[in-house]
Design a protein around this ligand. Structure first.
Ligand code: PLP
Length: 380
């Protein structure tokens, strides 16, 4: 049996998404910037996609910008806002994805901003009082806090963070790469200024994402060289991928309630299956708490042993694809920056299992069985 449990890294392209994209790859379609009929056809496809994405997220079409993915969206948000405002301070968390932490560290190291990190507890929960202290201390900062964590699944309370940001006139950016397409988001109501999504996390194609910029938020372009995306992102648009993103989002939200219940069921089955088979198993962050974590992610903490060095590879031999930490850290057995921030006991083993609607109960049982077999036997 081959089991793919690395859906937080990337998801399988939905066949209907491929079907929607194919005409824009097989049949000729012009450059969307060209004024002739072939160009206009491509332009219409992009604007139709933008309108649909905006409707699904309850935003205005003018607030949606297509990017090459989550990494670009985050970089554009930071560089773009700094170019247009007096912001000199950014508040973030040590649990953010590298696509947030690396650009922010670069901006700090090159003297463009000062960077502060919110305090967290051992489960990775934000200490909101400390966030408020930071907001009091630094004028007009940008706060960047993700919606749900890609390793431990913890939700941050964007309503609460957003109202604090409003009270202190701070900008709020959120990396919503793990939640756009998995949780319903009403961007009109949610108090965020910028939000980032990525299609390959919700059964769309890789290399395409979106950046929501609330109307009136001052943001300069990151990529110069053309008038595309209303002068906000130079470069010929990837029409098939944009069409694919919008189709994937449509399907994700059409089936959300059903998929969510099904996937949460798989996650619950895995939690129980591991508890039944592995004495001393635990779960990192809030990932075992249904309300406090994303239903697609479970971060498993295995009882202390010397034999975890090759865990991902040993699972791979059993035809199981899973990872430790984020995709970029896969393969290396180093404790991820997220688990380091949670002061993870390095004698324990760690594996992130992330689920999708393509997984089955039999797969869950097989993985629980195989993981148990790789754990040290308790002394009798
Ligand atoms: N942010 C988060 C939370 C992610 O999980 C990822 C992907 O792993 C990214 C950003 C990067 O997105 P992309 O692969 O589309 O650049």
């Amino acid at each position: 049996m081959h089991v793919y449990l690395d859906n937080a890294a990337t998801t399988r392209l939905h066949p209907e998404v491929l079907e929607a994209m194919l005409p824009y790859m097989k049949d000729f379609c012009g450059n969307p910037s060209s004024v002739h009929a072939d160009g206009r056809k491509a332009k219409v496809a992009i604007e139709k996609a933008r309108k649909q994405v905006a409707e699904l997220l309850n935003a205005a079409p003018a607030e949606i910008f297509f990017t090459s993915g989550g990494t670009e969206g985050n970089n554009m948000a930071f560089h773009g806002l700094l170019a247009k405002t007096q912001t000199q301070h950014i508040i973030t968390s040590r649990l953010e994805h590298h696509a947030v932490l690396e650009p922010l560290k670069y901006l700090a190291e090159t003297g463009q901003i000062q960077l502060s990190y919110v305090a967290l507890d051992r489960q990775g929960r934000i200490q909101y009082d400390y966030l408020e202290e930071l907001l009091q201390r630094y004028p007009v900062p940008l706060v960047s806090l993700m919606h749900a964590n890609n390793e431990i699944g913890n939700f941050n309370d964007l309503e609460r963070i957003g109202s604090l940001c409003k009270a202190y006139k701070a900008f709020l950016h959120t990396d919503a790469v793990q939640t756009i397409g998995h949780c319903s988001l009403d961007l009109q109501a949610l108090p965020v200024d910028m939000a980032v999504g990525s299609a390959h996390k919700f059964h769309g194609p890789p290399g395409i994402g979106l950046l929501f910029i609330r109307s009136g938020t001052p943001v300069a372009p990151l990529l110069l060289g053309g008038a595309q995306e209303r002068n906000m992102r130079g470069g010929t648009e990837n029409v098939p991928a944009i069409v694919g993103l919008s189709k994937a989002l449509e399907l994700a939200y059409r089936d959300l309630a059903e998929d969510r219940a099904y996937i949460q069921g798989l996650k619950d089955r895995m939690i129980q299956g591991l508890k039944d088979r592995i004495p001393g198993v635990d779960f990192n962050g809030m990932s075992a708490e249904a309300e406090a974590s994303l239903y697609t992610i479970l971060n498993v903490s295995l009882p202390p042993a010397d034999s975890y060095e090759m865990l991902v590879f040993n699972l791979d031999i059993k035809q199981i694809s899973a990872s430790v930490g984020s995709a970029c850290a896969s393969g290396s057995q180093k404790v991820s920056h997220v688990l380091q921030a949670l002061e993870f006991d390095t004698r324990r083993g760690n594996i992130r299992l992330s689920f999708s609607k393509d997984n089955t109960a039999e797969e869950i049982d097989y993985v629980a069985e195989q993981l148990a077999a790789l754990c040290p036997k308790p002394r009798s």
